[in-house]
Design a protein around this ligand. Structure first.
Ligand code: ATP
Ligand code: MG
Length: 335
């Protein structure tokens, strides 16, 4: 690592940071050098197909397992040498609900309060407050075994919040939830960040979830981060963005098609598809070219690739052993 000292100093000021994390199970390389830098009070989403290493990353960052090599700091504390301080600051909601089905919701929360040494009064207050915030008050005294998946997920997050963590790891927080429950969960997560300034590290399979919640998104595939940026930046990474111009007659279409170097014409629908990333400057340039022809287009529609396009393009190889070649894969966008 060149200039490791500077890098390490700057990464320590982030809520979550990592340099060169590696982890293998036997001869299977799960993480092959992961670097992260997540500022305080932001939401970071880690996307990746099944088996990409999302849960492994969460486990390393939350001190549950050790990396083979590399370094990570949570709230300025080293996960290996200062794991207790890390644990004091974080909350983890695992991929599979960790609630005890034989206890009631309230008992689960009180148990967490005990683990955090909150004391009886404070523990009860905290449990009641969380039950209310998560709209579980009515179900508070029911055995969790009778809860729906969505209620369990909410209780799971509530339990994570008992200790008022500053940094929260959510491993697929909404998997299996119906669209309404998913939105409720999103709102709870948004409020945590807005009201309390916590930092959220979440993993998800749902591109819309990352799009809705995350300030920054990284795509993990074959042990490497193959892309990182805001949702908008990621969408711009891949081809597929285009403008579609509709004409009223074939002459107009032909005339317009003649002035663009790269354009796909569809004679049947009298439309012309022109690659464009949708930036104002590029749209303006495109309109100027059309104006110069004097041809009138009936309508213009913009297609921007969505995160699904990005995800499928970046992680779309069928063969798990294929060489990691994100740039090549990007070119084959077939959607
Ligand atoms: N304890 C373990 N022993 C052996 N292999 C493991 C272990 N834990 C994880 N793996 C392997 O590491 C790889 C990454 O697993 P991980 O659970 O991190 O993936 P993931 O991205 O969370 O996937 P999913 O979307 O299915 O939750 C998988 O191939 C998995 O089989
Ligand atoms: Mg997982």
């Amino acid at each position: 690592m060149n200039n490791a000292t500077t890098a390490a100093t700057s990464t320590r000021t982030a809520a979550i940071s990592a340099l060169g994390l590696r982890k293998s199970y036997g001869d299977k390389v799960v993480l092959d050098g992961i670097d992260l830098r997540i500022p305080e009070g932001t939401v970071f989403a880690l996307l990746g197909p099944n088996g990409a290493g999302k849960t492994t990353t969460v486990e390393i960052l939350s001190t549950l397992i050790a990396a083979d090599s590399g370094e990570a700091w949570i709230g300025g504390h080293d996960v290996t040498t200062d794991a207790d301080s890390v644990r004091d600051q974080i909350g983890v909601t695992g991929q599979f609900a960790a609630v005890d089905g034989l206890l009631t919701a309230e008992e689960n929360l009180l148990l967490m309060a005990d683990l955090h040494h909150l004391g009886r009064g404070e523990g009860r207050r905290r449990a009641a407050e969380l039950l209310e915030r998560f709209e579980l008050t009515e179900a508070a005294r029911k055995n969790v075994a009778t809860f729906s998946g969505g209620m369990r997920r909410k209780l799971d997050l509530a339990m994570t919040l008992v200790g008022r963590p500053r940094i929260i790891f959510l491993d697929e927080p909404t998997t299996g939830l119906d669209p309404r429950s998913r939105r409720v969960m999103w709102e709870l997560i948004r409020n945590l960040v807005a009201d309390q300034g916590v930092t959220i590290f979440l993993t998800t399979q749902y591109l819309e979830e990352a799009d809705q919640l995350a300030d920054r998104i990284a795509v993990l595939d074959h042990g490497k981060l193959v892309a990182e940026g805001t949702a908008e930046e990621l969408k711009r990474l891949i081809p597929g963005g285009h403008v579609r111009l509709q004409f009223s007659d074939a002459a107009g279409l032909t005339e317009a098609a003649s002035v663009f170097d790269v354009a796909t014409r569809d004679d049947e629908s009298l439309s012309l598809q022109i690659p464009n990333n949708g930036s104002i400057a590029n749209l303006r340039a495109l309109l100027a070219i059309i104006d110069s022809t004097g041809v009138r287009a009936e309508s213009l529609t913009m297609h921007t690739p969505d995160l699904d396009d990005v995800f499928l393009t970046l992680t779309g190889r069928q063969n798990a052993d294929a060489a990691p070649a994100a740039p090549a894969a990007r070119k084959e966008s077939n959607r």
